[in-house]
Design a protein around this ligand. Structure first.
Ligand SMILES: [Zn+2]
Length: 326
């Protein structure tokens, strides 16, 4: 991007909680460049909110993913006439100083997350671009979680969900400079795929350790989908081959089919996966009244005796379709 204009500069520094090899806290430049005709608005906005928010964001991202990857260059936000773009160390910003319903500036949060996911860890073929967008879009939800807790992040994720289209797999074809995607699933479905995987693992220290580990393992490298999936499998010590085949290489959502049969005064829940790839045995949480059960459906019906037939499937934490019918 080339943008020529009269800029006002606001200069600041950020001292990281992370330390360099000598044990000193890492410190770097945080620079803002605003078009001079927006200067008053920018300063008011920054002084009130973003100025602190940028640092809150950096603190959050550094906690999750490690120190800002381009500390030597510094972090910078540069105003542009368009919405935003994740240029390394010069994030383009054109969001007109707007906060969303969750109290943050979407462009600041999204484009800056790309400094970790996209600029530090980069895909080696545009076919694998989900690595940039899925982790970045999911990071938005993690930022909400950082600010307000997990429950609120579920609200944020539920807002992303209607954007999932399932037209084509989030993995594109390689070697053809692929950019013509039919939908935005590398953003929203990818985010929900990660959210779902966290629910599958059901172990937050493992999950966050894995996210942090991915960054440390692949920082300043160009990688492929398989580098990511193999790393996740190794780190979590889980066979997730079918999971990734379903959510990354396929475009169909798995469907949980279930119904309750009454037999001799007992309620028998029958459940299975349909529309799923071979070997897909993802666990799923359901509630019977308020009691939680973790099911491991397969392609053939499994059964469980339940207290009654008031079943609620946890679709807040798992990206699936549900079919309550025999
Ligand atoms: Zn993006």
């Amino acid at each position: 991007t080339l943008n020529i204009g009269y800029y006002d500069r606001i200069r600041d520094y950020y001292t990281s909680e992370r330390k360099d090899s000598t044990g000193k806290n890492i410190s770097y430049l945080v620079d803002y460049f605003f078009l001079d005709y927006h200067s008053d608005r920018a300063k008011a906005f920054f002084a009130d909110t973003i100025y602190a928010r940028t640092k809150t964001m950096l603190k959050c991202y550094e906690k999750l993913f490690g120190v800002y990857p381009f500390a030597r260059d510094g972090y910078a936000l540069v105003e542009t006439p368009y919405w935003g773009m994740e240029h390394q160390s010069a994030v383009a910003y054109g969001n007109n100083f707007k906060l969303n319903n969750f109290g943050f500036d979407f462009i600041l949060i999204h484009e800056s997350a790309h400094e970790w996911w996209g600029n530090a860890v980069s895909c080696n073929d545009p076919a694998d671009m989900w690595i940039h967008e899925s982790f970045t879009t999911y990071t938005e939800a993690l930022f909400v979680e950082y600010l307000y807790g997990y429950k609120r992040s579920l609200e944020y994720l539920s807002m992303q969900k209607p954007n999932i289209a399932n037209k084509t797999p989030i993995q594109g074809p390689r070697g053809v400079n692929f950019h013509e995607r039919a939908d935005n699933d590398i953003y929203y479905k990818g985010s929900w795929m990660l959210h779902t995987l966290r629910s599958v693992l059901d172990n937050d220290s493992l999950w966050f350790g894995m996210l942090y580990g991915l960054q440390q393992e692949f920082k300043y490298k160009t990688i492929s989908t398989e580098d990511v999936t193999k790393y996740i499998e190794k780190y979590t010590n889980r066979n997730l081959e079918a999971f990734f085949r379903q959510y990354i290489y396929g475009n169909k959502l798995p469907t949980l089919q279930y119904f309750v049969e009454k037999k001799n005064g007992k309620n028998v829940l029958k459940y299975r996966w349909i529309n799923a790839v071979t070997g897909f045995e993802m666990p799923i949480d359901i509630y019977v009244k308020d009691k939680k059960y973790r099911l491991i459906p397969k392609s053939t019906y499994q059964t469980l005796n339940v207290e009654n037939d008031a079943i609620k499937v946890n679709t807040e934490r798992f990206l699936i379709e549900v079919l309550n019918q025999k």
